[in-house]
Design a protein around this ligand. Structure first.
Ligand code: PLP
Length: 426
């Protein structure tokens, strides 16, 4: 297959004609497919159906002697704190178990910082004048949206193959108005990158100018390998403490992609001093989270070993889907020189870098052909990808036949957009 960049104008025009005809034929099928968000598919949800049966009677609702049906235990029931501690390799006293969404705990932390400040804040962030927040990009759009919502200035930092560009991060944190950074350290959303030990240590040992800088460590995909065995991961709380930064880091995780998203349990892990601080601020908002659901999860997931066994069953469902996407891109896009990507081994996304200045156009064509995908630019602060290149592919939700049909459309649209772009300059 000849890369498109090596075709002369006549050859590009001939290819454009062929690809346009193929695209129109796909469009005529009147498809209605969704590859937009990282939601588990139905077969994955069904893996946790037995969780609905573990607490059939009122007498089952005891965690030791604790009646989970009553108010109290704001930090979570002891067994759920222990379960997350085991999964994340931290201590149970460092864990607050929340409701169904870790995103809400992250939002809450930022909102608290804004209205009242964090443990070491000289004043609330709202009183600081300008607040800047580092956003390794491409990254998770909902992270960016939280900090945008509070009016912070979002600072894009390039992602490298081993995590955020630390030269840029270390430069930025000298500025006292830079108050935090978003990190997804394992199978990052969307690139699927695992931060290297070097980057993790560089982050843990940062000495930011701001005394209340927040290292937002969203370990959403901590046990989410779909290709190969579970990869152990450093305990960021311990590392930060070793570097004298015990109170700088906040780690988040949830069972959204383990059991039921929207009906799972979440956690925030932090130093014991921070846990004590947040226990006070959370206590103003809620008397206790849903402890019945916490107990349901503990009874079902039991411990790390049982949870990892469940993740293997998710992996068996996910691997063929990720292979389908990667194989299609390797077959249709890479040899034509119009896109690159990394084959991830875990997480929920594939991050495609289309030929610069073609992502928006390709996704417009995709939409017109009836396929919904994450909008171009969504993976960058303010929805602005400076290269108009990154496309986040979420292959988990549609049934495999639909996924293959959507991939055919996507590949055709990427080719069409690349040909149009090349012909502009031919
Ligand atoms: C990096 C990351 N963090 C958090 C979430 C959402 O987690 P939760 O359902 O616990 O709010 C997602 C969902 O896609 C995610 O990709």
């Amino acid at each position: 297959m000849i890369p498109y960049s090596q075709l002369d104008k006549a050859a590009l025009e001939a290819e454009l004609k062929t690809v346009t005809e193929a695209y129109e034929a796909l469009k005529a099928k009147g498809l209605k497919l969704d590859m937009s968000r990282g939601k588990p598919g139905k077969t994955q949800l069904d893996l946790s159906n037995d969780m609905l049966k573990v607490l059939p009677d009122r007498e089952d609702c005891l965690d030791g002697t604790l009646d989970v049906c009553n108010y109290g235990n704001l930090c979570g029931i002891p067994s759920a704190r222990k379960l997350f501690a085991e999964l994340l390799d931290v201590r149970p006293e460092q864990v607050i178990v929340g409701g169904s969404a870790s995103l809400q705990l992250m939002y809450n932390l930022i909102a608290t910082a804004f209205s009242h400040g964090l443990l070491h804040s000289p004043e609330p962030w709202s009183k600081r004048g300008k607040v800047r927040f580092l956003c390794p990009s491409p990254g998770y759009d909902r992270h960016f949206r939280v900090t945008e919502f509070f009016g912070f200035e979002l600072i894009p930092v390039a992602m490298t193959a081993e995590g955020p560009d630390m030269d840029a991060v270390l430069q930025w944190i000298k500025d006292p108005s830079v108050l935090g950074i978003w990190c997804v350290p394992k199978y990052s959303n969307p690139d699927g990158i695992i931060y290297s030990d070097r980057v993790i240590r560089a982050l843990a040992s940062m000495k930011p100018a701001a005394p209340d800088f927040a290292l937002m460590w969203d370990n959403a995909y901590c046990i989410h390998e779909f290709d190969g065995d579970y990869v152990p991961f450093p305990d960021i709380l311990k590392l930060c403490a070793e570097y004298g930064n015990a109170d700088m880091v906040y780690e988040f995780a949830s069972t959204s992609k383990v059991t039921f998203p929207g009906a799972g349990i979440s956690c925030m892990c932090a130093s014991e001093a921070n846990i004590a601080y947040f226990q006070k601020t959370l206590g103003v908002q809620i008397i206790s989270f849903d402890k019945v659901n916490q107990l349901r999860h503990v009874r079902f997931l039991k411990d790390k070993e049982t949870t990892l066994a469940l993740m293997k069953r998710h992996a068996a469902i996910l691997k063929p889907r990720f292979d389908a996407v990667c194989d299609a891109l390797e077959r249709e896009i890479v040899p034509r020189g119009i896109g690159t990507f990394n084959r991830p081994k875990g997480g929920y996304f594939i991050s495609l870098y289309a030929m610069p200045h073609t992502a928006k156009r390709a996704l417009q064509l995709v939409k017109e052909a009836g396929v919904t995908m994450t909008p171009a630019g969504a993976t960058y602060p303010y929805g602005q990808d400076p290269f108009d290149s990154n496309i986040r592919i979420a292959p988990t939700l549609p049934p495999v036949e639909e996924l293959n049909a959507a991939l055919e459309v996507l590949c055709m649209c990427l080719r069409l957009a690349a040909l149009e772009q090349l012909l502009k300059n031919a």
